[in-house]
Design a protein around this ligand. Structure first.
Ligand SMILES: *Cc1c(COP(=O)(O)O)cnc(C)c1O
Length: 400
């Protein structure tokens, strides 16, 4: 059997599926807006194999910290192909990114102060992140809810206009784009229609054409019964075209989950089965930390790879993880084949906010394979004690 040779626990990346997601996204953007940039969101999954793959496929790197910026450079992105976002930029890297031609989106007043210090000799453009009340127009859909978003400059309060004016008053520097990423629970088309409409409205604050509109990430991708990339891009383009011209204005998208969630599975193995007075407990060598670090998933696209097909089904089996935490329960299986030691479970579509989000808790990072034409190649070995202890310093023996 295909999976029986693999070590467990392990992550498996299906190269064909990433490629298919990328082709679909590129086609959707080509046939709608035409003039576009895809910035792959590093925080969603920044495994070196993945970020290198995205770079080679022509994606820009979307980064939100100094280390992510450095990582993007390490894996061959030119500064011009990096989008630098978020409130966590360091001063020297911020200045380096601007002077070397990265797409930088200002997110704090502190960055405004830094801009005043830069001595420029030629003209450059810079983006600004917009904070606006998306929840008002998409009730119950946003992650921020009634608390409102925390990123960018408030459009409604007037701070957005204020920073635009301040930046445009500087020498050699001009706001040339706006960044409107928002996190939603629904990933609905409506979210992006409202974002696109807001971009049109905000463009009226400028007396010139903007070079880019960045609608951010937060799409679905590669899943049945969900919006397709084409549907999102058709809706966005239809609205943007009322105010912008695709000859002058580039549409930037920053997909993370929609590209990398569906191409990755997690394989683990049953290590023990027992009955308590209450439940059938099936313990596996994976953990909820591996596939649900936010602790909010209740269901999975799961394949049970059982050795003995003749087993009867069991009313309820509670699949628990290896950690010594009571809440480390991955899933309750109802009326499924009775699991036994060495049976394997394959959790599918778990590539986003998992392998790069899990803590180093009790066990360290598992091995990662890439599958291509039924061949599995290791692209990151499991972390052991060596990797865990690197850079640690312990108390030296007292020498009398
Ligand atoms: C998280 C994030 C993304 C990616 O979001 P997904 O839901 O993974 O697509 C894109 N842009 C910014 C600014 C982000 O913070």
């Amino acid at each position: 059997m295909l999976y029986s040779q693999l070590k467990t626990p392990s992550f498996i990346i299906y190269e064909d599926k990433i490629n298919k997601n990328l082709i679909e996204l590129n086609q959707a953007l080509s046939v709608t807006w035409g003039n576009y940039i895809i910035g792959y969101s590093y925080k969603t999954n920044s495994l070196p194999w993945i970020i290198d793959y995205m770079n080679k496929k022509g994606c820009y790197a979307e980064v939100v910290s100094n280390v992510e910026y450095e990582l993007a450079l390490k894996y061959g992105n030119s500064p011009k192909n990096i989008i630098f976002n978020g409130p966590n930029k360091g001063k020297s890297q911020f200045i380096e990114a601007i002077t070397k031609g990265s797409i930088v989106n200002v997110d704090s007043w502190k960055e405004m102060n830094w801009l005043q210090e830069i001595k420029l000799t030629s003209d450059i453009g810079i983006g600004v992140r917009v904070n606006f009340d998306l929840e008002k127009e998409c009730p119950s859909e946003t992650v921020m809810g009634d608390e409102g978003g925390r990123f960018g400059f408030s459009y409604e309060k007037g701070d957005f206009k204020k920073i635009i004016d301040q930046i445009n008053a500087l020498e050699h520097i001009k706001v040339n784009g706006i960044h409107l990423h928002n996190s939603s629970k629904t990933r609905s088309i409506k979210i992006f229609e409202v974002i696109a409409s807001k971009a049109c409205e905000i463009a009226n604050l400028f007396e010139y054409e903007l070079d880019f509109i960045n609608v951010g990430g937060g799409f679905f991708g590669g899943l049945p019964d969900r919006p397709t990339f084409l549907e999102y891009m058709q809706s966005i383009s239809a609205i943007l075209s009322k105010r912008f011209n695709n000859k002058n204005t580039t549409l930037i998208v920053e997909p993370g989950a929609s590209l990398i969630a569906t191409p990755i599975s997690f394989l683990c193995e049953v290590i023990d089965v027992k009955d308590t007075i209450k439940k059938r407990i099936v313990t596996v060598n994976g953990s909820r930390n591996n596939i649900d670090p936010f602790m909010n998933k209740t269901n999975y696209f799961l394949d049970l790879l059982v050795k003995n097909e003749d087993k009867n089904s069991v009313k309820e089996q509670v699949v628990c993880g290896y950690t010594c935490m009571e809440h480390d329960r991955l899933i309750k299986l109802e009326d499924k084949k009775e699991l036994e030691v060495e049976d394997r479970l394959l959790f599918n579509y778990v590539g986003s906010y998992t392998m790069c989000f899990s803590p180093l808790f009790i066990e360290y990072f598992p091995i990662v394979y890439v599958e291509n034409n039924n061949t599995f190649t290791c692209v990151r070995e499991a972390w052991g004690v060596e990797e865990y202890c690197q850079k640690s310093i312990i108390k030296e023996d007292n020498i009398n």
